[in-house]
Design a protein around this ligand. Structure first.
Ligand SMILES: C[S@@+](CC[C@H](N)C(=O)[O-])C[C@H]1O[C@@H](n2cnc3c(N)ncnc32)[C@H](O)[C@@H]1O
Length: 231
């Protein structure tokens, strides 16, 4: 309450009465829908999240919940057959959302130790009536060096890194596919390096979609490329 009053006074000083009044509905909507406010988690972007970011890495941004669930539902798979692996899992937002689906395992791999520690804490405190999976494994590692676990995989990539690391990830995946017969699905959101996946002879692209908001003038909210291994 105090917090709200302080912010109201600051807005009145900065924006005046009229502008403050027009901002109130937007602020109420934000407070009601903000993920971290609702769940007590820490998944939002803070400037220090990208401090010392290596050149081949992309910065932190948490997965958008509605879009994430739309994408997972569109796959039309039995989640219990797949281990969900988020390469570049940041503060674990996609892992929390994946826990609404009954995957065989949920694993996040994050290079930045600070973000990885926050992800582990978020996994501990996240309570949502639709959370079905309690076990979320968070691993501090370079995605390009990570040994994929056995069994069928759903690999989730939310624009985590540039070409050099993507090449190492694809080389690891190709080795894993040679070692055992696997079903692999790759969901690549904001797929800036999709040329590399399009060219990988062991993958086939099964969809490329642009998602838009259902309301609010159908604004673009994300692009997703989906791949599976050739059998
Ligand atoms: C756009 S964020 C996505 C976060 C998370 N996947 C989600 O959807 O909520 C990309 C993350 O990839 C991480 N990352 C970048 N390069 C990496 C690497 N080589 N190994 C592991 N993580 C990496 C970044 O630190 C960042 O947290």
């Amino acid at each position: 309450m105090m917090d709200t009053l302080v912010r109201l006074r600051a807005s009145l000083r900065k924006n005046g009465w009229w502008r403050t009044l027009t901002l109130i509905p937007r602020n109420i909507l934000f407070q009601l829908t903000d993920f971290d406010r609702k769940h007590g988690t820490n998944t939002g972007f803070q400037a220090e999240d990208d401090a010392g970011l290596p050149r081949e890495h992309e910065g932190y941004e948490g997965a958008p919940p509605r879009l994430f669930h739309r994408i997972i539902r569109s796959l039309d798979i039995a989640p219990e057959h797949y281990a969900f692996i988020d390469l570049g899992s940041g503060k674990g937002k996609a892992l929390l959302l994946a826990a609404h689906h009954p995957f065989r395992r949920i694993i996040g791999v994050e290079y930045n130790p600070r973000l990885d520690a926050i992800a582990a804490e978020n996994a501990r405190i996240y309570r949502h009536p639709e959370r079905r999976m309690h076990a979320i494994e968070t691993i501090r590692d370079d995605a390009g060096a990570f040994d994929l676990p056995p069994g069928d995989l759903l690999i989730y990539l939310f624009n985590p890194f540039k070409a050099a690391i993507m090449e190492r990830v694809l080389a690891n995946l190709e080795r894993a596919l040679q070692a055992e017969p696997l079903d692999v699905l790759i969901v690549y959101q904001n797929p800036t390096q999709r040329r590399l996946l399009d060219q990988a002879p062991f993958l086939e692209r099964i969809a490329y979609r642009e998602y838009r908001t259902k309301r609010f003038r159908k604004m673009p909210i994300g692009r997703v490329a989906i791949y599976r291994n050739r059998r």
